[in-house]
Design a protein around this ligand. Structure first.
Ligand code: AMP
Length: 402
């Protein structure tokens, strides 16, 4: 990570943007757990650690009087749990780069950990403001970025700050390194056959990803709401299913490109349709090209699941992003859960599998088989942009040659 950290103050950007309920209890601590290896390694190297993170969107959800809702968005809520996980008392500065941060950072001793208040309490953070970044940078000797989930943001604490440190004073944390290595392995040298499964609501969010994977994947599964734009583009009747009419031509182009590149593009042939977007709607299973008016496709059907499963089981590398249906409602969760189970099964047989995006990760966790897949990414948007081939500001800032 960093060559020599003994006695140094290391600023570490982590992603502690965890869900917290009204009783201030953390309901899912995955992101904190994922940051622990880096923190522990630095502590073992006799460093003192200054942690920075955002939590939620405090600037967008201000109180009626225009003030920040500190009670809801303070990172202080994370301190007890983090202290317990680390087995030490984590200190807290009730500002981020202000007087209290300066004093507490100055007095911090090797082996101690200080957490700063939510970076987004400062309006400069999301603007990538250089003055705010300079104030943060002045608190430490080195900078480590371990927040892959926000690596696609050009924010002060995720990107701008890096320029205040020489190349040997800045580094990726262990989580960032692993995230980058896993995403790169599927892009640069995927074991064949490679199966990509893309779901979710909108084609517009996934176009670049699909385009890129057509270049090297053997099978591409298109599921979720976005499948219906493809079905309509091919002349099918999709009833009231989700559709982006402005993307019909693009869907046609992607279908043609897949043919040209000999990619097996799997568009669900049957669907579970419903007469309302509701958990207790009436349902039936019909061919996807034949959905009546007043009905909408909310999950892939059993024949599609069979095809998708065999594309997964035949693969040596698998990437999955996005639910195959409205998996939040039990009646439309079968396709997504089938993919979760089959990806786990294929991984057990030796395939490399990478799962990213909140919904897919929730599904694999719900299946109880998360430990079987090769890698679960902490990045939603960041992973998508990385896989699309975009240069992520948080990565570029560390790697930049001065
Ligand atoms: P995204 O954020 O684009 O990955 O989309 C995730 C959302 O897509 C989830 O909340 C799903 O409920 C939704 N979704 C999946 N399949 C469908 C569908 N067939 N119709 C409407 N929404 C869907």
């Amino acid at each position: 990570m960093l060559p020599n950290t003994s006695g140094k103050k290391i600023l570490v950007r982590v992603d502690f943007n965890v869900p917290i309920n009204a009783d201030h209890q953390i309901t899912d601590d995955t992101r904190i757990l994922k940051a622990l290896p880096t923190i522990k390694q630095l502590l073992a190297g006799n460093a003192s650690i200054i942690l920075m993170s955002h939590l939620g969107r405090p600037q967008k959800k201000k109180l009626d009087n225009g003030a920040i809702n500190v009670a809801k968005f303070t990172l202080k809520q994370v301190v007890p749990h983090l202290s317990k996980l680390l087995g030490l008392e984590v200190q807290f500065a009730s500002d981020c780069g202000g007087d209290q941060s300066i004093i507490k950072a100055r007095d911090l001793q090797p082996g101690q950990v200080l957490l700063l208040e939510n970076t987004r309490f400062d309006a400069g953070e999301t603007k990538g403001d250089i003055d705010f970044a300079a104030r943060l940078a002045a608190l430490g000797d080195c900078y480590v970025n371990d927040a892959f989930g926000t690596a696609h943001r050009q924010h002060s604490s995720t990107a701008t700050i890096a320029q205040f440190f020489k190349p040997d004073e800045r580094a990726f944390g262990l989580l960032m390194q692993t995230e980058i290595a896993n995403a790169q392995s599927i892009l640069n040298s995927p074991k064949r056959p490679c199966t990509a499964i893309f779901g979710g609501a909108k084609v517009s969010d996934k176009i670049k990803l699909i385009e890129r994977f057509i270049n090297f994947a053997d099978n591409i599964v298109i599921g979720g709401g976005m499948a219906y734009t493809f079905v309509k583009a091919q002349g099918g009747s999709i009833g009231d299913s989700l559709c982006e009419d402005s993307h019909l031509d693009l869907a046609k182009d992607l279908i043609a490109k897949a043919q040209e590149y000999n990619v097996n593009l799997i568009i669900p042939e049957d669907s579970v349709i419903a007469d309302a977007f509701a958990p207790d709607a009436n349902t039936q299973i019909v061919p996807t090209v034949d959905i009546p008016q007043g009905w909408m496709g909310l999950d892939v059907g059993p024949r599609s699941i069979e095809k998708i499963n065999s594309a997964i089981l035949s693969a040596q590398s698998i990437i999955w992003n996005g639910p195959l249906g409205v998996f939040e409602m039990a009646a439309f969760a079968k396709g997504t859960m089938a993919v979760a189970n089959t990806v786990a099964q294929a991984s057990e047989k030796g395939a490399f599998s990478l799962i990213g995006g909140g919904d897919s990760v929730a599904a694999i966790n719900a299946s109880g088989q998360a430990d079987k897949v090769s890698f679960i990414s902490t990045g939603g948007g960041a992973l998508l942009e990385f896989l699309e081939g975009k240069k992520l500001p948080g990565i570029v800032a560390i790697e930049k040659v001065d």
